[in-house]
Each structure stands twice: as C-alpha cells, then as structure tokens.
Design a protein around this ligand. Structure first.
Ligand code: GLV
Ligand code: MN
Ligand code: MN
Ligand code: MN
Length: 417
C-alpha cells in the first residue's frame, strides 16, 4: 500500500509535482472498507464521484470540459476542433475489489504531466486533451472498454442497449439514472479524426519492469483476448435423496471444464480463467439446475487462442454429454491482437532517450480499441508486486513521479514540435 502521505515536495525524489495531492484526493473514492479494494463500477455513485473529481480537475486548470455522446470525459487545452490533437488519459472505473492504480494512475498522471508542461513553459503547437473513458473494465455489464468501443464503432448502439447488469438494469437505464442521455450513444468518427496521437499511461500488470530494473516501459502489443459464457444446464434435485448415478449435475461439468481450461492453456502457452460464476438455484442442499461460468482467455496470437478455446469447449461438451448436462457457449466479447503503431512507439523511445524497454501485455486497454482508428501508444509504470485487479496492485511514489515526467516529456515532444 502507498505509504502515509508526505508533503508533495518531499516525495518523488524531491521533485515537486501535483501528482500526490490528486492521488490522495481520489484514493478514498469507491474504496471498500473491508476488502481495501475499489468498487468503481460504471454509472454508480462511486463512478459519479470519480467523474466529479475529473471535472473539478479540468475546471480548476481552466481546461475546456466536455462529455462526449458516449459519456467519456474530456479536458482540453487548446482548440478541441483544430485537429491533430495529442490526447492522453485512461479510465477511472475498476474491477470488483480492484487496485488503486489500474486506470486512475493514467488519468492522475495526465493532469500532473499537463501541470509539468505548464511549469516548463512548454509552447504547444497542437491541442492537448486528457480523457477518462467510461466503463473500461466492464465489471458491471460484462463488456470491457464500452466507452472507447462505442466511440470507435466497435460496439453498436443496438448491442449496447442489450447490455444488462446482474440486477437486470440495462446500460441505457444506468446512464439515464446517472444523468446522461443514452439516446446519442454510438460511433464518433469526427471526434476520433481530431486526434493525431493517443498515449495511455498505465500501471504495469506484471513484473517485467521490476525484473529489468526500469521505472517506465513502452507497450509493443496487446494479446488477442475474449470472454465466453458457458451455460451448463442440469436438473435441480435434492442433495440428500438423489443417488449419485441419478444426478445431472452441471457443477460437476463446470468443474471438469475449469480443469480443462487450465490444462489447455498450459499446453498452448496461453492463459485461461474462470473468474466469475453464477449458480441456480444457489442452495447448499440442492443440486444446481444451472451453472453459468465466464471464461476469459488470452494468448500471444489468434491461432493459439482459437486452439485453446476450441479445446476447452470440446472438453466441456464431452463431459456434459457423459453427465446428461446440456451446454450453450456464447462469445460475449472479443478483441483482436493490437500491435501499437511502430512510428509512434519509436518516437516515444527517442523522446525518452532510447533505452526504454518495450513490453507486450495480456491486459486490454482503451488504447487497444483506439489504435484501430488513431496512432496510439502506451507507457507502463513499474509494479513491484506484479499484481493487478487486486488491492495488492502497487507502484512506488518515485516511480509514479517518473511516469508523470516521462509522460510530460512525451506530450512535450509530440505537442511542441
Ligand atoms: C482489463 O483490464 C482486462 O484486461 O480485462
Ligand atoms: Mn484492468
Ligand atoms: Mn486499466
Ligand atoms: Mn484494462
């Protein structure tokens, strides 16, 4: 966990930046007292508090604040309509009981980097914007990167309207209750066309930088990844009176499928995770009628990912057949491999002095979605725990400051040329 706050000037190796004050202000928002993790789900109260914080940061700096048709927030320095803008930012929402850094580190660092540019007296020749993309983690509606996918036209309004949370609330209902107009959501090509470069700073979600001894890295690519829903239908019955041979127990099939996923992923050098499950009727003394499990699988290339998912589904079907269980598999989302633009990546490397490690990642990001439409790059900040999507996710204060300064260098290098 971050240490007790100290005066800003005493931190970051004595280098004053505005990072710490913002970080301390945002830190309590949406933090669950018992788990210590964050529950900042799209269009909830905690999300609204994060959004209010973003708006206040924009307005206190005299930046032009706007919300786009998909609920993404923007703060502009310079003319938003001029084109060829340099944009930075990330997201403020979280996974269930997530860490403090995944998302917010990028947004807070963006404001701190802008302050740094102003302190340097940098003369910008391109408009600069900071953004907070809505619902990046997909914790509430099951689909990740909703805000950027809508903007990029990778999610249609019709499909977005079908998204529902666990309580049956639809995405448009949730947006409306949060005070946003869901009627206007959809592709936003004019907005994306005004962006000349997008750079997302993010906490590293592994230990590569820790192992190489670097504070900051540059992203090379994002693995293709997707989410598949496995519905195992069996027969509800009494846990005490139903003979084992008479059971059609979907939990058993589900369990075999989890083992198959581990086995196939290990064989292929991929990853596969069942991290979410729902059970009906969910009684201790009842054999379930339905077990619904969500598979998240990722691999360095598409062919490997296809092999893993096909093999897991095949194993699940064979097991289901043996146990009298029926199975439906639905692909809920898929993001193809992203190779970040080489020219922009090289430019970042040059701006940062040429010796910055270049890393791939298995995590999804709004930058990955935008990269289909806009030259896009990412900076990673060292995470000594290597842990993410957990309260143990961490970055040291000096490394956060190094990230801010690297981002400031990048924005200056791109926007002042
Ligand atoms: C989001 O961080 C994801 O990669 O699932
Ligand atoms: Mn995440
Ligand atoms: Mn993230
Ligand atoms: Mn992510």
């Amino acid at each position: 966990r971050p240490a007790t706050p100290a005066p800003a000037a005493a931190r970051g190796g004595g280098r004053p930046t505005s990072f710490h004050a913002m970080w301390d202000e945002l830190r309590p928002v949406g933090r669950h007292a018992d788990s210590g993790g964050y529950r900042r789900f799209a269009w909830t109260g905690a999300d609204a508090d994060c959004r209010a914080w973003f708006r206040a940061q924009a307005e206190s700096r005299g930046l032009a604040y706007e919300v786009d048709r998909n609920g993404n927030q923007w703060a502009w320095l310079g003319d938003p309509l001029a084109g060829d803008a340099v944009v930075t930012g990330s997201h403020l929402d979280s996974v269930p009981d997530g860490g403090a850094f995944d998302g917010p580190l990028g947004v807070v660092s963006s404001f701190a980097a802008l302050d740094e540019l102003r302190a340097r007296g940098a003369a910008l020749t391109r408009p600069l914007a900071i953004t907070n993309f809505g619902d990046e983690e997909g914790a509430r509606f099951g689909l990740a990167c909703v805000g950027s996918r809508l903007a990029a036209g990778q999610l249609t309004k019709e499909k977005a309207y079908e998204l529902r949370d666990a309580d049956g609330t639809t995405l448009p209902q949730a947006m409306e209750r949060a005070g946003y107009d869901p009627q206007a959501i959809g592709a936003d090509p004019e907005r994306l066309a005004r962006i000349g470069a997008f750079v997302e700073l993010h906490v590293e979600q592994g230990r590569a930088l820790d192992l190489s001894g670097d504070r900051v890295g540059i992203a090379s690519a994002i693995w293709p990844h997707g989410r598949w829903r496995f519905d195992f239908h069996g027969e509800a019955n009494h846990a005490g009176t139903t003979r084992l041979v008479d059971r059609r127990d979907p939990m058993l099939t589900y369990a075999e499928t989890v083992l198959a996923a581990r086995r196939e992923a290990a064989l292929a050098g991929a990853v596969a995770t069942f991290g979410k499950i729902s059970v009906e009727p969910n009684g201790v003394n009842a054999i379930p009628s339905l077990v619904r499990g969500w598979l998240d699988s990722r691999a360095a290339d598409q062919a490997t990912l296809d092999t893993v998912v096909t093999a897991v589904e095949k194993a699940a079907r064979e097991q289901a057949e043996r146990e009298g269980v029926s199975l439906d598999v639905v692909r809920e989302s898929f993001t193809p491999v992203v190779e970040f633009e080489h020219a922009l990546r090289d430019e970042l490397n040059r701006i940062l002095g040429g010796a910055v490690p270049v890393l791939g990642t298995g995590a999804g990001h709004d930058a990955g979605i935008l990269s289909a439409a806009v030259p896009t790059a990412m900076l990673f900040v060292r995470n000594p725990t290597g842990v993410s999507h957990s309260p143990r996710e961490f970055a040291a204060e000096d490394d956060c400051v190094a990230g801010v300064l690297a981002l400031a260098d990048v924005l200056e290098g791109l926007a002042c040329r």
